[in-house]
Design a binder for this molecule. Structure first.
Ligand code: COA
Length: 160
C-alpha cells in the first residue's frame, strides 16, 4: 500500500523550515503532495503559480514529492487526491491554538481526514515567511533561512 500524505501551507515563500518538515515527512510516506493554498485573504507576495514553481524547483531532487496549487477547502483537495492525512509543522507553542482550531475544523468538515504535526528542527523554529520578506525589504540577507534561488526571487520582487 502506498503511504500518502499532504503537506499544506501558503509557502509565501518556501523556507528551510518547510523543507525540513518535507524531508522529515518523506521518512514515513512514499508520496507527499505539497499543497500550496491560494490564500488570497493573506494577500500573498508571490502568485500561486510562482509559489508552486519555487517549491517545485527547491524540492526537485526529493523523490516522492509532488507540488500542486489548490483553491477552496483543503479537505476538498485531500478528498480529490484520496489522501487521508494532512501534515502541518508545529514550531512553537504560539502555533498550537491556531493549528488545534484548524485540525478540528478540518475533521468536522471531513471526518475521514486526520492531521499530524511534525516539529521542524529547532534551528528553524522561529522562522516565518513574513519575517523573511521584511528582512529582504530592509536590505538584509536571508541566506540562512531560504535557498539562494528563493532569496533571488525575493530580491526581484521586493527591491525594484
Ligand atoms: N518553517 C518556517 N515557517 C513556517 C513553518 C516551518 N516549518 N511552518 C509554518 N511556517 C510559517 C509560514 O512561513 C507562515 O508565515 P507567515 O504567516 O509569516 O506567512 C506561517 O507559519 C503560517 O503559514 P502556513 O503554514 O503556510 O499556514 P497558513 O496559515 O498560511 O495556511 C492553510 C494554512 C493553507 C493550510 C489553511 O489556510 C488552509 O487549509 N487553507 C485552505 C482553505 C481551508 O480549507 N480553510 C479552512 C481551514 S480550517
Amino acid at each position: 500500500m502506498t503511504r500518502k500524505a499532504i503537506y499544506a501551507g501558503s509557502f509565501d515563500p518556501v523556507t528551510y523550515g518547510h523543507l525540513d518538515v518535507i524531508s522529515r515527512a518523506l521518512r514515513f510516506f512514499d508520496e507527499l503532495t505539497v499543497a500550496v493554498a491560494a490564500s488570497q485573504d493573506k494577500n500573498p507576495l508571490f502568485s500561486l503559480p510562482e509559489r508552486v514553481d519555487m517549491l517545485s524547483r527547491v524540492t526537485g531532487g526529493m523523490e516522492g514529492v509532488r507540488v500542486e496549487g489548490f483553491e477552496g477547502l483543503l479537505t476538498g483537495f485531500a478528498a480529490k487526491r484520496e489522501v487521508k492525512l494532512i501534515i502541518r509543522g508545529l514550531r512553537a507553542l504560539t502555533d498550537f491554538e491556531y493549528e488545534f482550531q484548524m485540525a478540528l475544523t478540518n475533521r468536522k468538515l471531513d471526518d475521514s481526514v486526520e492531521t499530524v504535526f511534525m516539529m521542524p528542527s529547532e534551528a528553524f523554529s522561529y522562522v516565518s515567511s513574513s519575517m523573511i520578506k521584511e528582512i529582504v525589504k530592509l536590505g538584509g540577507s536571508v541566506r540562512a533561512f531560504v535557498p539562494l534561488e528563493i532569496e533571488e526571487e525575493l530580491k526581484r520582487k521586493l527591491r525594484k
